[in-house]
Design a protein around this ligand. Structure first.
Ligand code: GDP
Length: 297
C-alpha cells in the first residue's frame, strides 16, 4: 500500500522522543532532521518539505511542547495538524452549477486513469445524488478509450455520447452539451484525450473544449505512482488551463506518496478524490485529516 515506508520512518523519528521524560531543543532538532529525510525519500517536493519542517519546528520548540508533561504526544499532534494543512486542511467536494448541467471535464496524461475515473464519478453521483449524468467520449486519439467509456456506461446504465474518432473533440463536446441540455441531464462528464507528455496541441484542444463546455470543474487526474512527475504535470496543466481540483489515482499501489503530499501546496488546487483500485467502486472522497492520520499510522 501507499506510504508504507514513510509511515514507518515518521513513526521511528517521533518514537524516539517517547522514551524521554523531557524533550530538549536538541531532541527536536534531531527528530526534524529525520522527518525531513523521510519526506525527501518519499519524493515530496523540496519546497513543501521545507515549509512543512519549518512550521513543525517552530511549534515543536515552543512552550506547547517543551513544557508539556507528554511532549512526545504533543509532537505527534503537531505533525498531524501540519500534515493535514499540507494536504489541504478541508474536504472540498464538487462545485455545482446553479443550473443544470454541472459540467466536469477530466484532463491528464494518457494512462493516468481519466476514463476509469469518469466511470467511477458517474457511479458515485448516481449512488449518492441519484444523479442522471451524461458522459461524453472526447478521447478520439485512443480508440479504445471510447469503447472503454461505452462499456462503463453500459455497466452503470449511464448514457455515453460519442461520434467515433473522425470528428474533432471540440465538435463532439459541442453536440454532447446540446444533447445534455435537451435531455436535462444534471451532470456532464467529459473524458478528454491525454498524451504521453504535455504538448501544445493537447493544451490548445483542451482550451477549446473548455471554451465550448464552460466547465464548473476541470479535474486533473494524476497517477500517484509517477511521483514528482505528477506534481510537474499538475503545475503545468494548472498554469495553462486553470484546474479546479486534482484526482490522485493508484493510491492502492506501493507509491512512496510524494505526489499526494506535494500537489496541493505546489498548485494550490485541492485534491478532491483518490482512486484506490481498478473497480468502479474504488473511489474515495479526499479528506486531508484522514489522510494525515493514515500516513502517520
Ligand atoms: P486514461 O488513459 O487516463 O483514460 O487511463 P485509464 O482510465 O484507461 O486507466 C489506465 C489504467 O490504469 C487502466 O488499466 C486502469 O484500470 C488503471 N487504473 C485507473 N485508476 C486506477 C486506480 O485507482 N488504481 C489502480 N490500481 N489502477 C487504476
Amino acid at each position: 500500500m501507499a506510504f508504507e515506508s514513510l509511515t514507518e520512518r515518521l513513526q521511528q523519528a517521533m518514537g524516539k522522543l517517547r522514551k524521554k521524560g523531557k524533550v530538549t531543543e536538541a531532541d527536536v532538532k534531531e527528530m526534524m532532521r529525520e522527518i525531513r529525510l523521510a519526506l525527501l525519500e518519499a519524493d515530496v517536493n523540496l519546497q513543501v518539505v521545507k515549509e512543512f519542517t519549518k512550521s513543525v519546528r517552530e511549534r515543536a520548540v515552543g512552550t506547547e511542547v517543551l513544557e508539556s508533561l507528554s511532549p512526545a504526544q504533543q509532537i505527534v499532534k503537531i505533525v498531524n495538524e501540519e500534515l493535514t494543512k499540507t494536504l489541504g486542511e478541508e474536504t472540498v467536494g464538487i462545485t455545482k452549477s446553479p443550473k443544470i448541467p454541472t459540467v466536469i471535464m477530466m484532463v491528464g496524461l494518457q494512462g493516468a486513469g481519466k476514463t476509469t475515473f469518469a466511470g467511477k464519478l458517474a457511479n458515485y453521483l448516481k449512488k449518492n445524488e441519484n444523479a442522471r449524468p451524461l458522459m461524453i467520449a472526447g478521447d478520439v486519439y485512443r480508440p479504445a478509450a471510447i469503447d472503454q467509456l461505452k462499456v462503463l456506461g453500459q455497466q452503470l446504465d449511464v448514457p455515453v455520447f460519442e461520434m467515433g474518432t473522425e470528428v474533432s473533440p471540440v465538435e463532439i463536446v459541442r453536440q454532447g452539451m446540446e444533447l445534455a441540455r435537451e435531455k436535462k441531464n444534471d451532470y456532464v462528464l467529459i473524458d478528454t484525450a491525454g498524451r504521453l507528455h504535455i504538448d501544445e496541441v493537447l493544451m490548445t484542444e483542451l482550451k477549446e473544449i473548455k471554451e465550448i463546455a464552460e466547465p464548473n470543474e476541470i479535474l486533473l487526474v494524476v497517477d500517484a505512482m509517477t511521483g514528482q512527475d505528477a506534481v510537474n504535470v499538475a503545475d503545468s496543466f494548472n498554469q495553462q488551463l486553470g484546474i479546479t481540483g486534482v484526482v490522485i489515482t493508484k493510491l492502492d499501489g506501493d507509491t512512496r506518496g510524494g505526489a499526494a503530499l506535494s500537489i496541493r501546496q505546489v498548485t494550490g488546487a485541492p485534491i478532491k478524490f483518490t482512486g484506490t483500485g481498478e473497480k468502479l467502486t474504488d473511489l474515495e472522497v479526499f479528506h486531508p485529516d484522514r489522510m494525515a492520520s493514515r500516513i502517520l499510522g
